[in-house]
Design a binder for this molecule. Structure first.
Ligand code: NAI
Ligand code: UGA
Length: 459
């Protein structure tokens, strides 16, 4: 079965980059990305590709090359679904904030709306591809909606989870470790496999049943996050024993069974997925009565929350047990470098804690605008909304953010922070000048030589 037209519902951090790469690698396929958010679609269509809604190295070049040729961004959802032979669902699946499973289960309302939309509109057979991360057995619910509303039209459901990481999305998409396709219909699986086959070697395209595919995505994220919580747990022990967590990570990472990646001790993982997907896994395990399994994975989140909290606790106790009225400069707000995404960023939680102790916060991030910082804080804690406006300042220049600060907290590992004039920064600050390096980014010896009091994770 040859696919000529693809529709992707959801023009976000996954839908945008993934479809841009599919379009680039398949010039004969017309790809239309649709979204209900007009502002987002307008930004994707902006002539100035530096204004795309998703900041991702390498993405502007691909959008420039393909947009208007075989890549299109639109709010005409029904039209795009109707015309396509293959429809990807790439909408958000956040943790539920209400009702049964509140705070744990994935909220599938957006996915269900997409399924209903496809069923209402489709006049010809469609392959529907789950690109969103979904709880195991969701394909069953989607199929049931499609078959019950969709009349005579035949729907094949595939699970094709995405493994890209933000900040390296284009490289991850161009050279994936593997592509995973779960499904029942061999014809549908091969139709999707041939699209990826334009650039991914066939032996890296795995075919499984739908349930294995859905569960593999949650499992991959749980394993990755587990490694971070594992090294972060050891980082706390290092701080009490004069061991150095980087040396420990290097020593264990050279064991080929363990491997060197994902062993950077940090202020705690952020991002829209690790926490959400583990909570979802925990919820699913509990719903089958598997309490030991659920408790095991829940500990990854408990440790991560502990890591964020102990960072801000350390800052407060070191500043003589009070930050009230003191200016703390926060370098970085995004959840990792090379993205403008701030979802679940550790910076938000640390700032919130410091604000509750009446500190004033000065934020600088190369890619995060002022409005986003305020929105993140107000979302977390509406009670502080009025005070936040006065206590939080966001700067376009790091030196202005740091001027007169008592302490700097490094929240994101942006490369540019390493090349700052730290002598100049020292002179701009109140004394003693403290640095709390949540990313192990700076060299302790050279920073201390300048006169700073330097603290980092795991040392
Ligand atoms: N962000 C990431 O790095 C990764 C995310 N994922 C998964 O991919 C899915 C999407 O994530 P993101 O792209 O980060 O989310 P996002 O929030 O950036 O984008 C989702 C988009 O879907 C749109 N949308 C929601 N309901 C819609 C509807 N009924 N019709 C049309 N558009 C609708 C929203 O307006 C939004 O623009 C999630 O399930 C996530 O877990 C998977 C791998 C990586
Ligand atoms: O499902 C998803 O959304 C994606 O989640 C992660 O990707 P992402 O969250 O974009 O970024 P990561 O590089 O995994 O970083 C996540 C968080 O962990 C932190 N981290 C990462 C690695 C490490 O060694 N230490 C560490 O603290 C990062 O700073 C960041 O806050 C996975 O790496 C992707 O494979 C997956 O597709």
């Amino acid at each position: 079965m040859k696919i000529n037209k693809i529709c992707c519902i959801g023009a976000g951090y996954v839908g945008g980059p993934t479809m841009a790469v599919i379009a680039k690698m398949n010039p004969n396929i017309q790809v239309t990305i649709v979204d209900i958010n007009q502002e987002r679609i307008d930004a994707w269509n902006d002539d100035d590709v530096s204004k795309l809604p998703v900041y991702e190295p390498g993405l502007p070049e691909i959008v420039k090359e393909t947009r208007g040729k075989n890549l299109h961004f639109s709010t005409e959802i029904d039209k795009a679904i109707d015309e396509a032979e293959m429809v990807f669902i790439s909408v958000n699946t956040p943790t539920k904030t209400y009702g049964k499973g509140k705070g744990m289960a994935a909220d599938l309302k957006y996915v269900e709306l997409c399924a209903r939309n496809i069923a209402d509109v489709a006049k010809t057979d469609k392959i529907v591809v789950e690109k969103s991360t979904l709880p195991v057995r969701t394909a069953h619910a989607i199929k049931s909606i499609l078959d019950n509303i969709g009349g005579e039209v035949k729907f094949d459901i595939l699970s094709n989870p995405e493994f890209l990481a933000e900040g390296t999305a284009i490289q991850d998409l161009l050279k994936p470790d593997r592509v995973l396709i779960g499904g029942e219909s061999k014809e549908a699986i091969e139709a999707l496999a041939s699209i990826y086959g334009s650039w991914v070697p066939q032996d890296q395209i795995l075919r499984t049943n739908v349930w294995s595919s859905e569960l593999s995505k949650l499992t991959a994220n749980a394993f990755l996050a587990q490694r971070i919580s594992s090294i972060n747990a050891i980082s706390e022990l290092c701080e009490h024993t004069e061991a150095n967590v980087s040396e420990v990570a290097r020593a264990i990472g050279m064991d080929s069974r363990i491997g060197p990646k994902f062993l950077n001790a940090s202020i705690g993982f952020g991002g829209s997925c690790f926490q959400k997907d583990i909570l979802n896994l925990v919820y699913i395990a509990r719903s089958y009565g598997l309490n030991e399994v659920a408790d095991y994975w829940e500990q990854v989140i408990i440790l991560n929350d502990h890591q964020k909290r102990r960072f801000s606790d350390k800052l407060i106790t070191t500043l003589y047990n009070t930050v009230s009225g003191k200016k703390i400069a926060m370098l970085g707000w995004a959840f990792k470098k090379d993205t403008n995404d701030t979802r679940e960023s550790a910076a938000i939680y640390v700032a919130d804690h410091l604000l509750s102790e009446q500190a004033s916060i000065a934020v600088y991030d190369p890619k995060v605008p002022k409005a986003k910082v305020y929105a993140d804080l107000n979302y977390l804690n509406t009670r502080l909304e009025k005070e936040n406006e006065e206590l939080v300042e966001v700067f376009n220049n790091p030196y202005e953010a740091i001027k007169d600060a008592h302490a700097i907290a490094i929240m994101t590992e942006w490369d540019e922070f390493k090349s700052y004039d730290w002598n100049k920064i020292y002179n701009l600050m109140k004394k003693p000048a403290f640095i709390f390096d949540g990313r192990r980014l700076l060299d302790k010896n050279s920073i201390e030589k300048i006169g700073f009091k330097y603290f980092t994770i795991g040392q």
